[in-house]
Design a protein around this ligand. Structure first.
Ligand code: TMP
Ligand code: ASP
Length: 251
């Protein structure tokens, strides 16, 4: 561990970007000189409904890199293990190389999206406690909904890892609900992805308006990717509003 901290300190600012490891829908991941570290590059590309709807949101990569960096920083301060090391430049952050688990972990505070559809409810009802959901991360299968038994029976992760994931997801929710609340934003629901680093569960991926539902507390105006999914317009402005509030809150 000490060696890793030392490496992070020494490499700050002059980490060499090497070959592309993976390109996803919203990010590109590059190797670095260090086998434990990678660079995440945030793109402007936007997709929804598992790639069936495609578009570009101007400057989304810049905004999402800034938002995700800020939120990971807050989680680090609250001792949530996560992959974030450093905001390198407009579109790139330095991250730890996790062995990602094939899970999408969704935390919900308010009924919206697919939960509203599944339960035949309208959006906006507050849940009496947070609800955790899991999806199997597979583009080919459209990320199907699964339960904890499926996760364990199909060895998607180990028992203790699942316990850690659930605990961390709920703690992350508490931290983020409070943080967004101060900025006049309701954290309706969000999706997390976890991985393993040297055997321990770490939070990876991103936390951005692509992966969260964020509603203005006073007006319930949507400040997230639902504006793109539902062709509502004002997508860039909504993402920028979230960033402005985060930055204002921070200073
Ligand atoms: P859902 O209501 O469509 O299931 O989405 C729940 C939350 O998860 C919402 O904040 C959006 C986020 N999400 C992703 O980040 N990626 C996805 O592929 C899906 C389906 C949802
Ligand atoms: N991220 C997913 C996709 O591309 C779904 C979504 O966010 O709506 O397709």
């Amino acid at each position: 561990m000490l060696i890793l901290y030392l490496k992070e300190f020494l490499f700050k600012g002059h980490m060499n970007k090497k070959e592309k490891i993976y390109e996803g829908k919203a990010k590109i991941i590059y190797a670095t000189d260090d086998p434990d570290l990678m660079i995440a590059y945030f793109k402007d590309d936007a997709t929804a409904f598992n790639n069936k709807k495609k578009g570009v949101i101007a400057d989304k990569g810049i905004i999402n890199n800034a938002i995700s960096s800020k939120l990971f920083q807050i989680l680090t301060e609250q001792k949530i293990p996560n992959h974030f090391i450093k905001h390198l430049n407009e579109r790139e952050m330095l991250i730890k190389k996790l062995k990602m688990l094939p899970l999408e972990v969704i935390v919900r505070n308010i009924v919206a999206g697919s939960l509203a559809k599944r339960m035949g409810m309208s959006e906006g009802d507050k849940l009496k406690r947070p609800v955790l959901e899991f999806c199997y991360k597979s583009d080919a299968l459209d990320d199907p909904f699964i339960n904890e038994d499926h996760i364990l029976v199909f060895d998607l992760c180990k028992d203790q890892e699942l316990i850690n994931i659930k605990n961390q997801a709920l703690r992350i929710n508490d931290i983020l609900v409070s943080f967004f609340d101060v900025q006049g934003i309701r954290l309706v629901d969000f999706k997390l992805e976890f991985g393993l680093f040297k055997g321990d569960v770490y939070l990876g991926d991103e936390i951005t308006p692509d992966s969260c539902r964020l509603w203005d507390k006073k007006t319930n105006e949507k400040l997230d990717k639902d504006r793109f999914r539902r062709d509502m317009g004002g997508v860039e402005e909504a993402y920028q509003t979230v960033l402005n509030r985060l930055v204002k809150q921070a200073s």
